[in-house]
Design a protein around this ligand. Structure first.
Ligand SMILES: NC(=O)c1ccc[n+]([C@@H]2O[C@H](COP(=O)([O-])OP(=O)(O)OC[C@H]3O[C@@H](n4cnc5c(N)ncnc54)[C@H](O)[C@@H]3O)[C@@H](O)[C@H]2O)c1
Length: 216
């Protein structure tokens, strides 16, 4: 008797991301449980970055033996169709916009070390990224309403907030690897009641550890 297993479609939005695509694809492909059961759907507005991401994902899928299907498109709704999970890793405006986030405030005496999450740099980034993120969420509401939107993009807190406030779609979580890494620099063990999520780090919505009820 043959057994059929549903294929899990994971869509990468901004798949040309240097920070995330390689790591997340490698992580997913490393699970034996997913072998033969993954569809990695790549979407980006840049044809060059998309082609690079496609070659990379195909190579990782082959080298890990994940037997994953890899597809690439510049049509967002096509990429979302049938998705179970959507990873948002866009950086709207790229390097030039990020330079402006620093240079314009600096002209008025505001110097920033990081300008992608909060402060004036974060607000600039939010102004250009919120419309893209809410449009993505509206497409998900139409095309894959049961999928989860896992958003790595900055500004971290503003983007899931904008989805909650501005769209009918609510299955959105903001993820931040800095939460996990920062706690390692703390003075001691993190109290039990702070989030210690397995695998995916739940800097949910707030972009920072979320207090949980004490374990009962
Ligand atoms: N959550 C975290 O822990 C964390 C850590 C580092 C970076 N980030 C954030 O992750 C995001 C990605 O960072 P990166 O350095 O990999 O960026 P990157 O510039 O390498 O890649 C971003 C990709 O987004 C694409 N893109 C831009 N606008 C798009 C749109 N409208 N639709 C689809 N694709 C679009 C670009 O073509 C590019 O390929 C940024 O927002 C960054 O601030 C988050």
């Amino acid at each position: 008797m043959e057994h059929y297993r549903a294929v899990i479609k994971v869509t990468f939005v901004g798949a040309g991301s240097i920070e995330f695509t390689r790591n997340v694809v490698t992580d997913l492909c490393s699970y034996p449980e997913f072998r033969g059961g993954l569809h990695l759907a790549l979407y980006d507005i840049s044809a060059g970055r998309l082609a690079h991401a496609e070659r990379l994902a195909q190579r990782i899928a082959a080298q890990t033996g994940a037997d994953a299907t890899v597809s690439a498109t510049r049509d967002r709704r096509e990429a979302l169709d049938g998705a179970r999970y959507v990873i948002n890793e866009v950086q709207v405006g790229g390097y030039d916009a990020t330079r402006a986030d620093f240079d314009i405030p600096a002209r008025y005496g505001v110097r920033q070390t990081i300008g992608d999450t909060l402060g004036i740099g974060g607000i600039f980034r939010g102004l250009r990224t919120i419309p893209v993120t809410t449009a993505l969420a509206r497409d998900m509401h139409d095309v894959c309403p049961d999928a989860y939107l896992l958003s790595y993009s900055n500004p971290m807190a503003m983007l899931p907030w904008s989805v909650y406030e501005g769209t009918p779609f609510t299955r959105v979580y903001g993820l931040c690897h800095s939460v996990r890494d920062t706690q390692d620099f703390g003075p001691g063990p993190v109290p039990d009641r702070w989030v210690q999520p397995p695998g995916v780090r739940a800097a949910v919505r707030a972009g920072w550890p979320v207090p949980l009820p004490a374990a009962g």
